[in-house]
Structures are given as structure tokens and as C-alpha cells.
Design a protein around this ligand. Sequence first.
Ligand SMILES: *Cc1c(COP(=O)(O)O)cnc(C)c1O
Length: 381
Amino acid sequence: MKIPFNKIYYSGKELEYISDALLSKEINADGKYTKLVSKHLEEKFNIKKLLMTTSCTHALEMAAMLVGIQEGDEVIMPSFTFPSTANAIMLHGGKPVFVDVLEDTLNIDPIKIERSITNKTKAIIPVHYGGVGCKMDEIMDIAKKHQLYVIEDSAQGVNASYRDKYLGTWGHIGCYSFHGTKNYISGEGGALAINTDDEMLIKRAEIIRQKGTNRFDFLRGHVDKYTWVDVGSSYGPSDVLMAMLYSQIQDIDDIKIKRKYISERYDGIVSKYIDLGKVKSSSYIPRECDSNYHIYYMVLNSIEDRDRVITRLAEKDISAYTHFMPLHTSDMGKKLGYRGDEFPVTLKAGDCLLRLPLYTHMKPSEIEYVIKVLNEILKEL
Ligand SMILES: *Cc1c(COP(=O)(O)O)cnc(C)c1O
């Protein structure tokens, strides 16, 4: 039996909605499906304003512009993340300041955030690893005390919550991904959530997204022609992609429940080997969190163990993957002045973590097969 790491989920309505979008001839940004998706998610997650974007990477770039990142500004973020989190800041002359993550969730450590604040700090970017929320209450308190912006990199956190409040709605701004590898997909796609009452911020976000024009005001009939009013770019997704996404969000909670079942089955066996000391840790969901089960990971005791498990799984046609290479150990991280030996928890996750295959419509026989093979491999560690 061949088990890929990921498989795209189809709700079955994709082609119907995509052809409807094509036939309606509204295939640019902000057509019918863009409106349907943003309205649906605004209501479900209780978001003040959600703007659909071409990617989470672009939503993060918009966020950097919206909070006014400039040359010399520092932004605190984990090193255990995707390069987009840091690029968004650097594109505007800002400097990413990396801190370590917590051992249990691999999410940013609030104590380390506070210790890294200087008079140049402008914002904090927590990243919700695997769809498990960061300690957002503590992070928001720190931000308030030091008057900093919070931009959530909630690329992996769609439809998950912390203390009954959806991820992406805690910070001033939240960024989501609908990339083909995430839980809810449009191939490429994202969204920017604005969670403040600042109407000017919302207006600026609309302008930045529309090539620096006030096209939104024009579409609303507030002005009779639109014009260039600020700097901006092109961050609106095609309505064809939003038609795809709309089909996915019909099943938004069903997808979560199916992934939860698979994660719990994995947990049933992996926890046995944690007790035996053969596995160091695995995906952990604190009581305050409702996960979307984006990832199921294990942290092994050594890099050799991790690589051995991946190889042995591959021999049985099961694809398991490592994950983030800590940004401070990358070539770019070195250019930023990091030695590469900082942040022990992050280094351990970079070296010893593996992700098991997890896709929404994994068949019972596929789940059983992975569990059986994994059991045999872990027993021999
Ligand atoms: C996937 C991901 C991104 C990038 O999302 P895109 O929509 O592909 O641009 C950014 N940050 C994190 C943490 C991610 O997992």
C-alpha cells in the first residue's frame, strides 16, 4: 500500500462552482465567490474585516505595510517558521528578531518575547504551529504593555481557536493560507483579517490590495472613477480560485473532525513509545486550544533516530516528512548575524521532528497500515 504524505481533499462541488465562476465571466478579483467566501469566514470566525489574498505570504506583506514597518524596525518571531514570516518584514527594511519556541507546542515562548523587546521593536508575529494556538492572551498583554502590533501568522491556523476565540482574530492583523498543502485549499490563496475598529486601517488595506487605487470605493459607488491614491500592489485572488475555496469551506468542520480522528489514532500508539522513552514528544494540544489537526508530528531522541524512522517508513511506501529548517541556521539567518547554535528547542525540532502522513479522506485501511508499520519501527528503536 502506498501512502503519500498529503492528498488534496475535494468536497465534490469544486467543478460546479468553478464552472459557474467561468460562465458568469467574473473571473477577476472580488467577484461573487470572493464575496461568498469572505462573508462566510467573517461570520464564522467573527472577523471585523477579511480580505481574500493571493497567498498568506502576500497577506503577511500587506500586514508589514499596514503596521508601517520601516528601515531599522525590529519584529519578534520564532525561528521555527516558514521564510515568508521573515521575508514580509525584510522586504520593507525591517529586521526579524528570532526567539525560541516552547517545548510542548513548538510555539513562540512569551517570556522570550518580552526579553527581546528593545526600543526598536515594532511588532510581534506569533506562528500557530500545526494549527495549535500560541499563548495569545499573554502575547496580547505583552504587546499592550509595550505598545506593539501583533500580526498572527495563522497560515496553519484556519478554523482553530485559543480560549474559544479563533486564531487569526486575536492580533491586530491575522494572516491565513489556503495553499494546496493546508487544510482548506484554493491551490494558492490566503486572507488578511483586520481585527481592529480602525476604519482607516481597513481602508488602507483595501487600497494596498488594489494596486494603490481606491477601486473599492468606486465599486461601492462612493466615487465615480477610481484613481491612484497610495502605494500598493496586486493581492486580490481570481474568483475562479475563490470558487474552489468556497467548495472546500462547505465541509470546513467535517474536515477538522476527520483529521482529528486520524491524529488521535496516531497518538494512541505514539504515546506508548513516549512512555517507553523511545520517542521524545509528539503533537500536543493544550486544554485552552481547539486544533484543526493540520499536522501530526513526533520528535525523536536524535537526528539518527528521526532519519531512520523516515527511511524505514519509506521502505514500506509511507511518506513522512521533516519540517522547518530553523531560519536562524539558514544562509539568510547567518547573513542576519546568527551563529546558528542559538535556540535549543528550535534546533531540536529542526533535527529530530518528523510529520506523519495526514490527509482528510485517509481510508481506515491506510490509517491501520501506517499504525502497524510505525509500531514495528518504533519497537526496534
Ligand atoms: C504555508 C505557510 C506560509 C505561506 O503560506 P502561502 O499561502 O503559501 O503563502 C506562511 N507561514 C507559515 C507558518 C506557513 O505554514
